[in-house]
Ligand binder design. Structure first.
Ligand SMILES: NC(=O)C1=CN([C@@H]2O[C@H](COP(=O)(O)OP(=O)(O)OC[C@H]3O[C@@H](n4cnc5c(N)ncnc54)[C@H](OP(=O)(O)O)[C@@H]3O)[C@@H](O)[C@H]2O)C=CC1
Ligand SMILES: O=C(O)[C@@H]1CCC=N1
Length: 269
């Protein structure tokens, strides 16, 4: 996205704002080159102060942009596409859909023209350039995919996947942020019961989670290899770990991922 960086974010809610902040933070575009839309503009007052263009007019946002991020809720997408159809130009625009569970052929059914479409599944850590973003496309050119990939690389890690894995990517990476955060919250609550103040317990839990992930990222090891280094024989770690497994930790995580995945099938209803 080095050449063109006028960006529309249609639906500046939780994810749209995270993307806008990430783009600005990574200096991929200036706030004045970004057009953020939603109906309740008062909720974008802070971003307006930071010089982002905030507007309720989707058509105007699209007309000002080359890259159009679709960030509304799945059930809101048909109306939004109907609205922007007249100003979509396949020679000028690339559509980047972050909408969960809506496949490219379905998006195409709502369009009057064949457009370059890229589906991207980032997570809210885009705001701090730490997203895991999976992407797929159908009719975008190699150059367009490369440009959008380069762009998301500035916002974290990327993986180009087949569209049939997009739901799994949503669960693992996008919802995954919430799943890992809930573990950190639970660890914090345990830490408080064990004697720490809440902020101390959270600091310990956060940095420990970061350390665990970094050991895998930097060491390229399997988690169990690192776990083996922590579990002193007859020690407290294996006692805690085995109790967590007796209570169904791994099973709860896997079942949660499956429930999340199943929900995507009827998310637009
Ligand atoms: N949140 C996340 O972590 C992730 C979300 N996603 C996907 O991103 C999409 C957005 O999710 P999320 O940010 O959580 O949802 P939000 O409800 O927070 O954001 C959607 C935004 O769209 C705005 N909106 C609704 N209708 C219109 C319209 N007609 N024109 C312009 N803006 C409109 C809403 O604001 P208003 O009501 O003021 O118009 C709202 O701010 C979903 O499809 C979700 O599946 C994907 C990955 C991660
Ligand atoms: O909860 C949701 O439906 C969306 C998709 C992934 C994260 N948030």
């Amino acid at each position: 996205m080095a050449k063109k960086h006028d960006i529309a974010i249609i639906g500046a809610g939780n994810l749209g704002i995270a993307i806008a902040k990430g783009i600005a933070g990574a200096k991929l575009a200036k706030p004045k080159n970004m057009y953020l839309t939603r109906r309740h503009l008062e909720k974008l007052a802070d971003l307006k102060k930071q010089k982002f263009n905030v507007l309720a007019n989707n058509i105007e946002a699209v007309q000002n942009a080359e890259y159009v991020f679709l960030c509304v809720q799945p059930k809101q997408l048909p109306d939004v596409l109907k609205e922007i159809n007249p100003v979509l130009d396949p020679e000028k625009h690339v559509l980047i859909s972050t909408i969960t569970g809506v496949e490219i052929p379905t998006i195409e059914q709502h369009l009057e023209t064949t457009m370059p479409i890229i589906r991207a599944m980032p997570n809210t850590a885009t705001a701090i350039q730490e997203s895991m973003t999976c992407m797929c496309t159908k009719n975008a050119s190699e150059d367009q995919v490369k440009e959008v990939k380069t762009f998301f690389e500035a916002l974290g890690e990327t993986l180009v996947i087949d569209e049939n894995l997009m739901k799994a990517a949503t669960v693992l990476a996008a919802s995954g942020i919430a799943f890992f955060l809930r573990y950190i919250r639970a660890a914090t609550q345990g830490g408080i019961q064990l004697g720490f103040h809440a902020e101390e317990a959270q600091k310990i839990a956060m940095q420990t989670a970061r350390g665990a992930a970094s050991l895998l990222v930097e060491g390229e090891n399997h988690p169990e290899t690192e776990i083996d280094k922590v579990t002193t024989p007859q020690g407290c770690t294996i006692a805690g770990l085995n109790e967590m497994e007796h209570q169904g930790l791994s099973s709860a995580v896997i079942k949660g991922l499956m429930a999340s995945y199943e929900k995507i099938n009827n998310i637009t209803q």
